[in-house]
Design a protein around this ligand. Structure first.
Ligand code: 5AD
Ligand code: SF4
Length: 473
């Protein structure tokens, strides 16, 4: 049993990160573990977790398991969890509560927990105390070890916990089963060294480790060969890409090299305002296959709160960067993340946030109430704002944000824009759906033969969250 340790997770070693091309391996016995068995995986949280979920699916299928979308039907249930806010945490524990009944009826059912919550010392301690029936726990740093952890758990029938506190090397041979045939996630880096005071990610995902560009570019080339139209370069803070590599190569270089592969659409998330260079803006402008869509988290508009958050920019610096991007890329869509109710946030601080929203008129914003995360510096900050006050601030903010989302969408009315048609709309299965280059969701009337293609769509109606249009043939 290896359990996570917060103190170790907080440390940043200077040890070089090694690239391992063969560390994922499966022996012939492990290959047969899942014969005749079905797995169900539930992923919570961000795109990084979604992509980890795609790796886990491929590994389980390598072990001969078959996927089912019904957890009641499964022989193996895995919860790929998120710890960013308390509600994500509660959802996973709620699901475990439901699964417990199944496990009581069917003791042969294997249940596992992985993802960011598995990296939390406090969560694993709770599992050891109250969830003794859980079969396996593994973390974000050792996904490649799933075949061995699962084999051991099935053999020993004991609870198997293997969570590394310190990030390991970069494993380059983990298989992937992508959810989409048209758009793909590509990890360009792991971890984060920014340590914003509210954020648990630097503890659950470890120190920043950039993948060598060679592997990223090979992955893009393979995806092009497989007919993929869009790649999204993933990292907690992609603008800092390459800073930890021994070669002089940054995000602007990577973006340019990925653009030169000719892949039709390139996106990247998430950017931190601190590392956004002028050269990056130039590269985005220069290459038409880099999408004019930038997610630029603001978090707060108050200098005092930004400082407490450890964000290392001021309101003025954020606005300057925002205007610089808009000037260079007038057509681009910029979205953001905002937290309200950070410890000590006064009404004046909150008004500063609203002021930035009014100035930037974001295309959309993900808004959150501050959630205390054990182990982060903000956990210990005095939080005197009442729940009602926080909810009121969130409502006010959302009201404003929604107004601007609609306003941004209205600019598209009557225009013809490129949309990658991804499939049928979930809400209306007679309709197709896809995203514009600027990441606007469009419900599209048109022939299903266009699924998987980038087509011109005339926008005929707009709402706050989506638009309606028809394919121009
Ligand atoms: N409480 C609320 N929101 C948070 N985020 C990160 N940590 C917290 C927290 N403790 C938000 C930030 C980040 C987004 C992914 O989640 O806005 O950009
Ligand atoms: Fe968390 Fe800040 Fe790193 Fe983003 S940049 S993952 S908010 S610590």
């Amino acid at each position: 049993m290896i359990i996570p340790n917060l103190e170790k997770a907080r440390k940043r070693s200077k040890d070089p990160v090694l690239i391992k091309e063969h560390d994922y391996n499966v022996n012939s016995e492990e290959k047969r573990l899942g014969i005749g068995k079905k797995y169900f995986i539930k992923t919570y949280g961000c795109q990084m977790n979604e992509h980890d979920g795609e790796n886990i699916k491929a590994i389980l299928e390598d072990l001969s398991f078959e996927q089912t979308n019904q957890y009641t039907d499964a022989d193996l249930i895995l919860l790929n969890t998120c710890s960013i806010r308390e509600n994500a945490h509660n959802k996973a524990f709620g699901m475990l509560g439901r699964i417990k009944h199944l496990k009581q009826q069917n003791p042969g059912l294997i249940v596992g927990l992985c993802g960011c919550m598995a990296q939390e010392e406090i969560v694993v301690k709770e599992i050891l105390e109250k969830y003794k029936w859980l079969d396996l726990v593994f973390g974000t740093h050792n996904i490649h070890r799933l075949p061995q952890i699962l084999a051991e758990s099935m053999r020993s029938k004991h609870q198997e916990i293997e969570v590394m506190s310190v990030e390991g090397d970069i494993i380059e041979n983990i298989p992937v089963k992508r959810d989409s045939k048209y758009k793909a996630w590509i990890n360009i880096m792991y971890g984060c060294d920014k340590f914003c005071t509210y954020c648990i990610v630097p503890y659950t995902r470890g120190k920043q480790r950039s993948r060598h560009p060679k592997y990223i570019l090979e992955e893009v080339q393979d995806l092009i060969k497989d007919g993929y139209q869009e790649v999204t370069l993933l990292g907690q803070n992609v603008n800092a890409y390459g800073k930890d590599l021994s070669i002089s190569y940054g995000m602007e270089n990577l973006l340019e090299d990925v653009a030169k592969t000719g892949v039709k659409r390139i996106r990247f998330v998430t950017s931190h305002p601190w590392d956004f260079t002028d050269r990056m803006i130039e590269v985005i402008k220069e290459y038409k296959n880099i999408m004019p869509y930038i997610h630029l988290p603001l978090q707060s508009g108050s200098d005092r709160i930004l400082k407490l958050m450890g964000r290392r920019y001021t309101k003025e610096e954020y606005l300057t960067l925002f205007y610089k991007i808009k000037k260079a890329l007038p057509y681009s869509a910029i979205t953001t993340d905002i937290i309200v109710g950070f410890p000590g946030e006064t009404e004046e601080d909150f008004l500063e946030t609203l002021d930035v929203v009014k100035k930037c008129k974001f295309d959309s914003a993900f808004t959150f109430i501050f959630s205390k995360r054990v182990g982060t510096p903000a956990y210990k900050m005095k939080d005197i704002i009442s729940v009602e006050e926080k909810n009121q601030r969130l409502q006010k903010l959302n009201h404003l944000v929604n107004q601007y989302s609609r306003l941004a969408n209205e600019q598209y009315l009557g225009k013809t824009v490129p949309v990658l048609i991804e499939g049928y709309s979930e809400k209306n299965p007679t309709c197709l759906m896809g995203y514009t280059d600027t990441m606007k969701l469009v419900n599209v009337v048109g022939n299903a033969k266009y699924i998987g293609q980038i087509v011109n769509v005339k926008i005929e109606d707009v709402k706050t969250w989506s638009m309606d249009g028809k394919i121009i043939e």
